[in-house]
Design a protein around this ligand. Sequence first.
Ligand code: NAD
Length: 392
Amino acid sequence: MVIKPKIRGFICTNAHPVGCAASVKEQIDYVKQQGDLGQGPKNVLILGCSTGYGLASRIVSGFGYGAATLGVCFEKEGSEGKTGTAGYYNTAAYHAEAKAAGLYAKTLNGDAFSDEMKDKVIAEIKADLGKIDLVIYSLASPRRTDPRSGETYSSTLKPIGEPITTKNLNTSKRIIDEVTVEAANEDEIANTVKVMGGEDWEWWIDALKDADVLSEGFKTTAYTYIGKELTWPIYGHATIGKAKEDLDRAVLAIRQSTEGLKGEAYVSSLNAVVTQASSAIPIMPLYISGLFKVMKGDGTYEGTIAQIFNLFTENLFGETPRFDAGGHLFQNYKELQDDVQSRVKAIWDAVDSDTIDELTDYKGYHQEFLKLFGFDLAGVDYEADVDPVVSW
Ligand code: NAD
């Protein structure tokens, strides 16, 4: 079938297998061009391995350090007449590239929050890898079923305390308008912490430790976004910010519970980048379009693969890791410089529907968005008939 993007609001409901493969290849090539990275991980478990920061973590582990990667994701396969999800195609592409390069890669597709998936992963590690020396926790999900209670929780993206009304880049209509988001109630806050907080990360580490599949000196990190004033209303001081604060609680618990293994556990603070998860957050399209304009103009913007490459080489496996005031590995320090933030704020205040392209890099934002689903990649023939059924 010929596949063209079907965009509904902040999501694209289909994906292009050849384009996704080209996007994965682009990221692999970026990593390969960086040369020898020295000492790094050997056996890596990536929870949320199929898109965004998790996929980039897999690519840096595999193609940067030559590591074996075991991934977990939640994706849909394509069928006759219906495309699979981008994460499915990305994973198939990773497997094909890894095979060609002689790298071990295995992926389990299913619910990472479940006990069943934890058991399956442990069985795979025991059968194929022995022990894991790096665990990347990069899940982003709107809901989670707690396997111990059976209850399903949904996360919300809402401010805490007062409702907010804020300027917004309406990506469906391509205009600047306003959005009002009601304040979350206590249940919504607690449920978001349950889904996007640190409990499941802790449970993963506990399960892996109890099964004796973590090597001595292993490392683990979960990812957070610590922004400034512009994003506080919907992120830092909002339900998702509360969930991210819970990672700070979990990281201490993990350090304590793995003391005997001399493990290292971190929360890493990363750039705002265009991913399926971030495009669902009101404010982010306008913020990131302004940020692109400023940082790409300065030549300092790092996209998803560059952020993770630098996180690994400078911080996780670097000689002198950089920490922010909250004790997180600090990778988005360039984004958070006052000068950058104040120039994004000036754009934010000035932009209207007529000046979107002049003042922001919404074109760049939209292109990145399309690329997430395998569209708008150079060298891909989008008029060609392609088979939506791809396997790994
Ligand atoms: P993403 O949507 O691109 O990736 C989410 C991944 O989680 C996918 O691999 C998906 O398959 C997997 N997943 C979701 N539910 C699952 C389930 N139940 N079982 C198994 N796998 C499941 O998201 P992302 O933006 O890369 O986010 C990853 C992490 O990085 C999140 O913690 C996010 O908060 C954080 N982060 C994102 C940004 C950003 O700007 N995108 C910035 C800083 C930090």
